[in-house]
Design a binder for this molecule. Structure first.
Ligand code: ATP
Length: 492
């Protein structure tokens, strides 16, 4: 990582704290590793990202519905899904620093480092060897690669590594008051299983016909050994997942469909397309017959933000086997042979995006330290160029001064707008300072109420991105703000 990108990232993290987006959890007790809290502006931004996803997936698609399943589920679910037996990461310890790392990530970081240094041949060779090692399922070969490329522990600076071992990522706890007799339950490591076990309930109660989808947003928990890069890898995080149930044999067509649609969802926010790339999996999870990651170019390299997986009928078949309940769907439509397709277990295409990674991506992409210096004076501002639909505060209302009835007028204007938009009222400090504070949290509009407002009911509206100001009738504010923050701008 070059110094400048490293610094840029540090600035974003500091900004996120200073302006109420993200705080370390339990900070007054020195924090809890890899757990974070969202502050007043962070909670709004996160809610807006959820709304954007929910609208794009559920509201815009007649054949997708949303649910909200519990975090605790029957422990057998995690046996059926393969998480009890196989939800492991390959870990390696450095004998000098005594620090533990994910072996696969050390290698991925080395590939990114080669890429950054322009050593394309080395990057490609290591990628190819890495893919081969993953496909062979041989943990020893990961260690060999680490040694062969002289990958060093950033802390000790040595390549004195242990063997690679597997580590299960699920958190467990006991259900019931008597810990000794109680059942072991897990905190879900993904939201997807809550969808699979409700698939028949939703299909029957909603009279859903294949193809159809079930979406949900919710917390997931993974005891990540290495927590790094701020909210990229957390132990408690949030996922937005959708399982799309299709007729067997049609899954590749739906996989391509969702691969494209999900990238479009990201790009509709105006993010530079060059910042995104697809990463096709060569090593497939036991349940998948195709998988791709949508990756974003973070300051520390490309990282997965979302996965699109063709999960076959693995999960539903497993639940049928482990629960003894039939997971079949009756498809009355006629096939080419003129007969109904009849009973089958649907195949599934999954789209799974990490809300916290999307949040960080959004923040990094929006953050700008803008130089406003002129020949006469040095000046700068920090501005979050968030898409207006995502901005935590849609408009700030400022009385020019604290007297002459201006605060009362400003509050009256605010009262007319606040059922529709999240607004902030500010009367402290000079207008310029107030602008800067709103720029720093990404507020698209600042509305100033001055003496002229009392005469003709017009206000000035100042645009965040251009800093241009115009005078508009106060009774048109709902339309002006509404047009800019409308979901029509991103969903059509
Ligand atoms: P990684 O390889 O980075 O650990 P993964 O392949 O295990 O991710 P999935 O199981 O496919 O991730 O989960 C779907 C999405 O959930 C990921 O694309 C990511 O955005 C998010 N996610 C997964 N683990 C975490 C975590 N520990 N913290 C924050 N987000 C996460």
């Amino acid at each position: 990582m070059s110094k400048t990108t490293d610094e840029q990232f540090k600035n974003v993290v500091a900004h996120a704290k200073e302006y109420g987006f993200v705080f370390p959890s339990s900070e007054i007790y020195d924090g809890l590793s890899a757990v974070y809290d969202y502050g007043q502006n962070g909670a709004e931004l996160k809610n807006n990202l959820k709304t954007y996803w929910w609208k794009a997936m559920v509201q815009m698609n007649e054949n997708i519905v949303g649910i909200d399943s519990a975090i605790f589920m029957h422990p057998k679910i995690w046996e059926a899904s393969g998480h009890v037996g196989g939800f492991n990461d390959p870990m390696i310890d450095n004998k000098d620093s005594k620090k533990r790392y994910r072996a696969d990530q050390l290698i991925e970081d080395q590939i990114s480092a080669y890429d950054k240094e322009g050593l394309t041949d080395q990057a490609e060779a290591l990628q190819a060897a890495f893919d081969k090692a993953l496909n062979s399922d041989n943990l020893g070969s990961l260690r060999e690669l680490i040694l062969a490329h002289d990958i060093k522990d950033p802390i000790s600076g040595t390549a004195n590594w242990t063997e690679v071992r597997q580590f299960n990522l699920m958190f467990s706890t006991q259900m019931g008051a008597m810990a000794e007799n109680a059942d072991l339950v897990y905190l879900r490591p993904e939201t997807a299983q809550g969808i699979f076990v409700n698939y028949l309930n939703v299909q029957k109660s909603g009279r859903m016909k294949i193809p159809f989808g079930i979406a949900q947003i919710g917390k997931a928990f993974r005891n990540e050994v290495i927590a790094r890069q701020f909210i990229i890898r957390m132990r408690e995080f949030e996922q937005m997942e959708m399982q799309f149930f299709v007729r067997p044999g049609t899954e590749m067509q739906w996989y391509e469909h969702w691969k494209q649609l999900r990238l479009n969802w990201h790009l509709a926010l105006g993010t530079d397309a060059a910042k995104y790339r697809y990463h096709d999996h060569t090593k497939l999870a036991h349940y998948a017959n195709a998988a791709v990651d949508i990756e974003y170019d973070f300051p520390f390299g490309f990282k997965e933000v979302e996965g699109i997986h063709s999960r076959t009928d693995f999960d539903l078949s497993q639940h049928q086997k482990h629960s003894g309940k039939k997971m079949q769907y009756f498809d009355p439509e006629l096939g080419e042979d003129g007969k109904p397709y009849g009973n089958y277990i649907p195949y599934v295409i999954e789209t799974s995006i990490g809300l916290d990674r999307m949040f960080l991506l959004t923040l990094i992409n929006a953050y700008e330290e803008e130089d406003l210096s002129t020949a006469e004076k040095q000046d700068s501002r920090t501005v979050l160029r968030l898409h207006p639909c995502l901005a935590p505060v849609k408009a700030a209302i400022f009385p020019l001064t604290k007297k002459d009835g201006l605060p009362e007028k400003a509050r009256e204007i605010m009262a007319n707008l606040k059922t529709e938009f999240n607004l902030q009222y500010e009367e402290k400090d000079a207008i310029g300072k107030r602008y800067r504070r709103q720029d720093a949290i990404g507020t698209p509009f600042c509305i100033t109420v001055d003496h002229q407002t009392l005469e003709d009911n017009t206000v000035t509206i100042r645009h965040r991105d251009t800093m241009a100001q115009e005078r508009v009738p106060a009774d048109q504010l709902d339309r002006i703000i509404g047009d800019l923050v409308s979901w029509n701008n991103v969903l059509r």
